[in-house]
Design a protein around this ligand. Structure first.
Ligand code: A3P
Length: 301
């Protein structure tokens, strides 16, 4: 069912087999979130003009994008401070191409979009990519809370209903499985693109080592004292306190008073959501879909 809704763009009501729905933007048969500029921006992204020093932070939603963006930003800024700037300013699908063009270098571009939108100029210039991944069970639990909290989704279901949305592929950006496989294929097909793979679980277990990996990858110096400052300031509680979402945005876009981004920040919250049957179904799906792949987070699944 197509209706005209918020942000004055066509909105698709996507229903799961339990009859619950979420409101999404549909483009070429796939679903995306109702971000204010998405309708105009999506078709322009493959031809986005880029810069040699652009860095791409690539994630499926809820894998730790804000966290990684803040770390990388602090490493470039060198001031040891949580930035007053926001990740969303350089989230490609969330803003206009004009505002992306107006950003100062180094641009920390970030996206959850599949490879079909990847700017060709980023490929040509061999821009660096930080690909952050996380146990998909925790990803979907985090995505469920995100979808409940953000008003434009208008999702009234519970976790059981969202689980169906996820396994039926009725969520924004498509399934975690497709996203992950498509990018692994994309990077195999473009071996010239420098890619650093990070894992949320590794960042939780040993952030100093992961920060050093980022420094080495980006060619930045990382004195142990500065590395430790970055680790301290980018800790979950510190970021939750410092990176407050403006009240006007909370009031218009978010259900309730809880921060929609900094929720728990832990490994394994899926265990308090998945039923035994859901876990078996997901494991089965994972086994079928991810044949031939192996990831460090599998030990937490
Ligand atoms: P949870 O919902 O499981 O708590 P994204 O930025 O890609 O939207 O990801 C959001 C997830 O990353 C949320 O997971 C959030 O709590 C977690 N997160 C954000 N900052 C973090 C930090 N500094 N340390 C650990 N987890 C963090």
């Amino acid at each position: 069912m197509i209706t005209r809704q918020r942000f004055n763009m066509p909105t698709t009501e996507v229903r799961n087999s339990a009859g619950d729905s979420i409101q999404l933007h549909e483009y070429n048969g796939k679903y995306y979130p109702l971000l204010p500029h998405i309708e105009g921006t999506l078709p322009q992204l493959p031809d986005l003009p880029c810069r040699d020093d652009d860095v791409m932070i690539l994630t499926y939603p809820k894998a730790g994008t804000h966290w990684t963006w803040e770390i990388v930003n602090m490493l470039y800024a060198g001031d040891g401070q949580i930035s007053s700037r926001r990740k969303g300013e350089s989230m490609m699908e969330a803003v206009t191409v004009e505002s992306l063009a107006a950003l100062p270098s180094v641009r920390l571009l970030n996206t959850h979009l599949p490879p079909e939108f990847y700017p060709k100029d980023l490929i040509k210039r061999k821009c660096k990519v930080i690909f952050v991944q996380r146990n998909p069970k925790d990803v979907y639990v985090s995505f469920f809370h995100h979808t409940k909290k953000f008003k434009p989704y208008d999702f009234k279901g519970d976790w059981n209903s969202y689980f169906l949305m996820a396994v039926e592929g009725k969520v924004d950006y498509g399934t975690w499985f497709d996203f992950t496989k498509q990018y692994e294929q994309f990077f195999s097909g473009h071996p010239d693109i420098p890619v650093l793979r990070l894992y949320f679980e590794d960042m939780k277990q040993d952030l100093p080592t992961e920060v050093e990996k980022i420094c080495n990858f980006l060619g930045l110096s990382c004195e142990p004292s500065y590395r430790d400052k970055v680790v301290e300031k980018c800790g979950f509680q510190f970021m939750k306190n410092e990176k407050k979402i403006p009240e006007s945005f909370m009031n218009t876009m978010v259900n309730g008073k809880e921060d929609p981004i900094f929720r728990k920040g832990i490994i394994g919250d899926w265990k308090s959501h998945f039923t035994v049957a859901q876990n078996e179904r997901f494991d089965q799906e994972y086994k079928q879909q991810m044949k031939g792949f192996s990831f460090p987070f599998e030990q937490y699944m």
